[in-house]
Design a protein around this ligand. Structure first.
Ligand SMILES: [Zn+2]
Length: 431
């Protein structure tokens, strides 16, 4: 694509921002909560978002179709329809009272890019498909990326009946049936799937969920790697409830002090790892609580529940975290006369994004004079595509106030810059 063509494509994307704005506004109105938006996976609110995107695709003369899991595919047909397609997109579900653009920005961006291609009269060599996936957020069925994993065939069908939605208690299959989807079709061996045979790339635009782009004064990033993690989602510490005034220190089995010592020790470990050069690490204790049915100001706490969540870009770091937790727990339990039950340990390895696709994105951005940053990011559908053998990369768009909250704030101008980079990269890949 020549420099003039690149500029024309960028202008065509910007000319479609009013369509993006109206899609954002209508979908926001349909999923407004007491604060922010709530679009539970496979809910009526989530389905409205997909239907609105499908309607817009139809109005643009694009093909629009659902798979058996309810993922939406809007396609601009290529000259060679048998060639592996270039895919883009993101998810439509949100966390409860979450932000509007987490996921939806990427689903809308795909459509805007296809509209821009039509507007300039460009037909790709292969199909270009904008996907709106379901259930990327783990809050609804306990695990993330369900829609993408069903599309790729990388989720056991047992989950259709075993996973229940956190707000309704009903199964995944039941929620799919509500929307007229045939969960049974997913169980068939010959169910159609996305694979390297029919898809050559997946590019996901997503809001940045941290503060880096705002701090750097930049609009767009091309992330390097999706952090892996090691997590204990249901850990607990067990001691003994005693009278707070009558129990001397050497008779106490205080679980709050035990978990507090563990957490402080793990923070010190984390800082030491960072200072020794380990890049892009995170550590979070998102839950830490005593039992409301038993706790009191005047009782030594006999039980404390907590979660541990480490993230990093190297498997060696994540392995070290696991060993550190196990060592510290044993030592603290003996000295403080408590017992730890760490429960299940879960995790995902780091997923480096595709080097060649990242280069295409960076070169495409440079050609249309949009500077990019690069840093690690968090779990997204793109990691699932990458692990399934479909090369994947991402475009992050500046967004103030983080995400998973009602205050996230992406400007339409920044969205346009991200979508222009996406369009320019797809134009190279599908030419
Ligand atoms: Zn997201």
């Amino acid at each position: 694509m020549s420099a003039a063509d690149g500029r024309a494509l960028r202008a065509a994307v910007e000319a479609r921002l009013p369509l993006a704005e109206s899609l954002f506004d209508e979908i926001r109105a349909a999923s407004a909560a007491e604060a922010g938006v709530t679009r539970p996976a496979w809910s009526a609110e989530d389905h409205f978002a997909s239907e609105r995107l499908a309607d817009a695709a139809g109005a643009l003369g694009l093909e629009a179709a659902y798979d058996h899991a309810g993922n939406l595919y809007c396609t601009l047909s290529g000259r060679d329809r048998s060639a592996p397609a270039v895919l883009t997109g993101s998810h439509t579900d949100s966390v409860p009272t979450g932000g509007h653009y987490d996921g939806l920005a990427g689903a809308v961006a795909g459509l805007i890019v296809l509209a821009a291609f039509r507007d300039i009269g460009w037909q790709p060599e292969c199909d270009v498909t904008a996907i709106a996936t379901r259930a990327e957020e783990s809050v609804w069925f306990g695990i993330p990326f369900i829609g993408a994993r069903l599309a790729l065939g990388s989720l056991s069908h047992d989950h259709l009946d075993s996973l229940t939605r956190s707000d309704t208690g009903r199964t995944l299959a039941e929620h799919m049936a509500d929307l007229g989807l045939d969960a049974g079709a997913l169980r068939r061996e010959d169910a159609p799937r996305l694979s390297p045979a029919n898809a050559c790339a997946f590019l996901e635009l997503h809001i940045e969920q941290g503060p880096v782009l705002v701090a750097a004064g930049a609009q767009v990033a091309v992330p390097t790697v999706i952090r892996g993690n090691v997590r204990w989602p249901g850990a607990s510490c067990h001691g003994r409830y005693d009278h707070s005034g009558a129990t001397p220190r050497d008779h106490r089995q205080d679980t709050v002090l035990a978990v507090a010592e563990l957490v402080q020790g793990l923070e010190a470990f984390w800082i030491a790892q960072e200072e020794s050069g380990e890049p892009d690490t995170v550590f979070t204790v998102g839950k830490f609580f005593t039992d409301g049915a038993h706790h009191a100001m005047t009782k030594v706490p006999g039980r404390c529940d907590f979660t541990l969540n480490f993230g990093g870009t190297s498997q060696a770091f994540l392995d070290a975290c696991r060993a550190e937790v196990e060592t510290r727990v044993d030592e603290i339990a003996t000295r403080r006369r408590v017992a730890f039950d760490l429960g299940e340990c879960v995790g995902a390895p780091p997923a480096p994004l595709d080097t060649a696709l990242r280069a295409v994105l960076e070169e495409a951005a440079e050609a249309i004079e949009i500077p990019t940053q690069s840093f690690a990011t968090v779990g997204h559908d793109a990691a699932v595509f990458q692990r399934a053998g479909i090369p994947a990369a991402m475009v992050l768009v500046r967004n103030a106030h983080g995400s998973h909250n009602p205050d996230e704030a992406m400007t339409l101008e920044d969205f346009g810059a991200g979508a222009a980079v996406l369009a320019a990269a797809i134009a190279r890949l599908a030419a």
